[in-house]
Design a protein around this ligand. Structure first.
Ligand SMILES: [Zn+2]
Length: 317
């Protein structure tokens, strides 16, 4: 068997998985607290301990692990964490440090890029060589995989797809600009629009969905009411899908990837979201007649970081 280890370094937890590369499964998983900000050496030392304990659980030596991959927040350029504000890091040679401690080759990527890589290799892009991931969460994240490799960009922070402007002078975005995709299609934006429409339509079924409590509104509320035929919810979903289609059409027009992968909580709506989105895309992207690009929901949820990080060694082959 061939093994690798994937590390998903988050602001709260460090999740580590021992992966069977041939069986394409996580054999063992363990997580410890990040306790950020802390020096890179300390966090690396904790990661090494978890790696050793995972190997112990499977009865193998760490030296049998082919490589270790890390998904980290922040800006990454060629294995160096240029900047990760929450960790308190600047120009940390993370890969080099962990490799020295463990004796294994070590690869590092930004977490959103690693998650996209997981989808490209083992998820909804399996067998394809280009995939663009769009993650609809609190904000909108992204990852660009071209010719089987992560595209970091010259500056190390490519794929900020959420800050593509789709409406000049439009809604204010958290980044300070106006009209960004994130201001229309993040879970935060969807929740905000749902609440706004509920106030306009006191008879909307959306009120029943949240049992009269507007604080219970989330990214699912409008979808649930829309499925029951509610007029106001339909408006919310139609607007949401229209804006998302514009963003995705821009991505398709620029990259013409094999797959556009939608992740994040909202993508859990499955066909309720994908069907109208694909329909809308027929009218918004260039060269539609010859379009072969698939738009799919992400396969991986919580394990995307571990899997994507673990597979970084394949990219270096
Ligand atoms: Zn923005």
């Amino acid at each position: 068997m061939r093994y690798c280890i994937g590390v998903d370094l988050g602001g709260t937890n460090i999740a580590v998985g021992l992966i069977d590369l041939d069986g394409k499964v996580i054999l063992q998983k363990k997580s410890v607290k990040t306790r950020a900000p802390r020096p890179c050496e300390e966090i690396s030392s904790d990661i090494k301990d978890v790696c050793l304990s995972l190997c112990d659980m499977e009865g193998i030596e760490l030296s049998r692990v082919e490589w270790i991959g890390i998904a980290t927040p922040g800006i990454v350029r060629s294995g160096v964490v240029v900047s990760a504000v929450n960790l308190g890091w600047t120009n940390e040679k993370f890969g080099e440090i962990l490799s020295r401690m463990t004796g294994r080759p070590t690869f590092v990527a930004n977490d959103a890029n690693a998650a996209a890589y997981a989808e490209a290799k083992w998820g909804c892009g399996v067998g394809e060589n280009s995939l663009i991931a769009v993650t609809l969460g609190t904000g909108i994240g992204g990852g660009i995989i071209l010719d089987g490799k992560i595209w970091e960009g010259f500056n190390g922070f490519a794929a900020e797809l959420g800050h593509m402007v789709i409406d000049v002078g439009g809604r204010r975005c958290a980044c300070g600009l106006r009209g960004c995709l994130e201001a229309y299609c993040s879970a935060t934006a969807l929740t905000g629009e749902t609440k706004r429409m509920m106030k306009l339509y006191p008879d909307s079924l959306m009120w029943q969905v949240v049992k009269g409590d507007i604080n219970r509104v989330d990214g699912r509320t409008a979808f649930t009411a829309n499925a029951r035929g509610d007029f106001a919810a339909r408006q919310v979903i139609d607007d949401f899908v229209n804006y998302l289609a514009i963003g995705i059409a821009n991505i398709i027009n620029v990259f013409q990837p094999s797959v556009v992968c939608l992740g994040g909580g909202i993508s859990g709506q499955g066909e309720e979201l994908m069907r109208p989105l694909r329909e809308r895309l027929k009218y918004t992207s260039f060269g539609t007649k010859d379009m072969r690009t698939r738009v799919e929901a992400a396969v991986y949820r919580n394990d995307a970081g571990i899997i994507g990080a673990g597979l970084l060694g394949i990219m270096e082959d």
